[in-house]
Design a protein around this ligand. Sequence first.
Ligand code: RB5
Length: 176
Amino acid sequence: MALGSDHAGYEFKEELKGYLAGKGIPHQDLGCHSLDSVDYPDYALLVAEGVARGEYPTGILLCGTGLGMSIAANKVPGVRAAVCHDPVSARMARQHNDANVLALGMRITGPELALEIVRSWLGASFLGGRHARRVGRIREIEERYARLQVSNGNRFTGGEERTENGGTKNGGTQNG
Ligand code: RB5
């Protein structure tokens, strides 16, 4: 799996590497590599792209709240990043949402609980069935937006198809 953090998640990332090594779980640290202040989207992108390309089956992202990391990672098609503050959510994120990236907020969650959350996430797997249909719907949303961006010359339209008079069918905005 791929690991990424900003400065707020750096210390736990070091601890997590020890845990994963002890369990024989292969992992790659994609940074950051010190407590110096960095921008979380850079590391979210490294992990998310690695997972989306299939270089890593899953990823774990660590920042102050888990929020910035998950927001950034979820911009990459194919990535389903879930911020979890408890082991039950972590298990459900795998079982129901097939989350392939776990995001943790290390200014919210202490290291012991964070490790519990990681254990729970690692121990669960996707249940498929009706959940597969719903995850498939998420993929359709991704595909729809990708198509719209291409057909609009990469101008973001808020996901709305444009009408003939230049408006949007449901009020999306255009910045092109
Ligand atoms: C860094 O100060 C902080 O904003 C970051 O770690 C994270 O919490 C963002 O969502």
